[in-house]
Write a protein that binds this ligand. Structure first.
Ligand SMILES: [Zn+2]
Length: 204
C-alpha cells in the first residue's frame, strides 16, 4: 500500500500531526466522497496561492501591499516591530495602535542558529531610511523573553545613529509570556506604559 503510506508520510510532516493522526486522516479521506476531498485540496491551494507577504511590512496579505500599509488613515509616524504576523492580529484587536507594522519573521536566537540575516532587519533599516518615510517612533512588541531582549539590544545598536524614538512594550507583561496569549487589557497597558529606550531622541 505504497500510496497509503505516502499520504500518511506527507501529512505527518505537518505541525502537530503525528503518524497516528495522519493515518486517521487518510482513512477518513478515503471514506468520504471525491468532491469533498477536492473541496479540501482546492481550499488549501487557493489559500496558498492567494496569501503572500506584504512587500512592505512582511505581514500576511492577499495583495502586494497589505490593508494596513495601504491605509492612508494609519499614522505614518509610528512603526510597531513584531516577530510574527499573528502579533499584528493581536495588537489590532486592542484598537490601541493606529500606526503601521514591520514583521521581522522571527527573533534573533543564536542557539537556534537564527541571526539578523535570517530576519527582515535590513528591510526594516531600509524602510526607516527611505526618504519619503516619516517614521518618528519605533515600538518593539516582542515576547518578554531572552530572544526578545537580544533582538531589542541588537536593533538599538543598529538604529543608534538615527533620530528615531525607540520604545518597547511596558511593564505588566510577565517575563517569558507569549503576546499571542496576553489578554487585551494587559496589552493595552503595555502599550500605554511603553518604555523609552533612547530618551535623548525626544529632543532631536
Ligand atoms: Zn503591509
Amino acid at each position: 500500500m505504497k500510496s497509503f503510506e505516502a499520504a500518511v508520510d506527507r501529512l505527518s510532516r505537518l505541525p502537530g500531526i503525528g503518524k497516528k493522526s495522519a493515518r486517521r486522516i487518510v482513512f477518513h479521506l478515503l471514506s468520504i466522497a471525491d468532491d469533498q476531498v477536492e473541496e479540501l485540496t482546492d481550499a488549501i491551494i487557493t489559500a496558498k496561492s492567494q496569501l503572500g507577504y506584504c512587500k512592505q511590512c512582511y505581514g500576511l496579505s492577499e495583495t502586494e501591499l497589505c490593508k494596513i500599509c495601504s491605509n492612508s488613515q494609519r499614522n505614518p509616524d509610528q512603526l510597531c516591530v513584531v516577530a510574527s504576523p499573528e502579533t499584528i492580529l493581536k495588537i489590532e484587536n486592542t484598537g490601541k495602535f493606529n500606526g503601521r507594522y514591520h514583521v521581522l519573521r522571527g527573533l534573533i536566537s543564536p542557539l537556534d542558529g537564527i541571526g539578523p540575516q535570517q530576519l527582515t532587519i535590513s528591510q526594516l533599516i531600509n524602510r526607516l531610511t527611505t526618504p519619503n518615510e516619516t517614521i518618528q517612533e519605533v515600538i518593539f512588541a516582542f515576547n518578554p523573553t531572552n530572544e526578545g531582549e537580544v533582538t531589542i539590544n541588537y536593533l538599538r545598536q543598529r538604529l543608534r545613529d538615527y533620530p528615531i524614538k525607540l520604545s518597547q512594550l511596558g511593564y505588566g507583561l510577565p517575563v517569558g509570556s507569549d503576546l499571542e496569549y496576553t489578554d487585551r487589557m494587559t496589552l493595552n497597558k503595555a502599550f500605554e506604559n511603553r518604555i523609552k529606550l533612547n530618551p535623548e531622541a525626544e529632543n532631536s
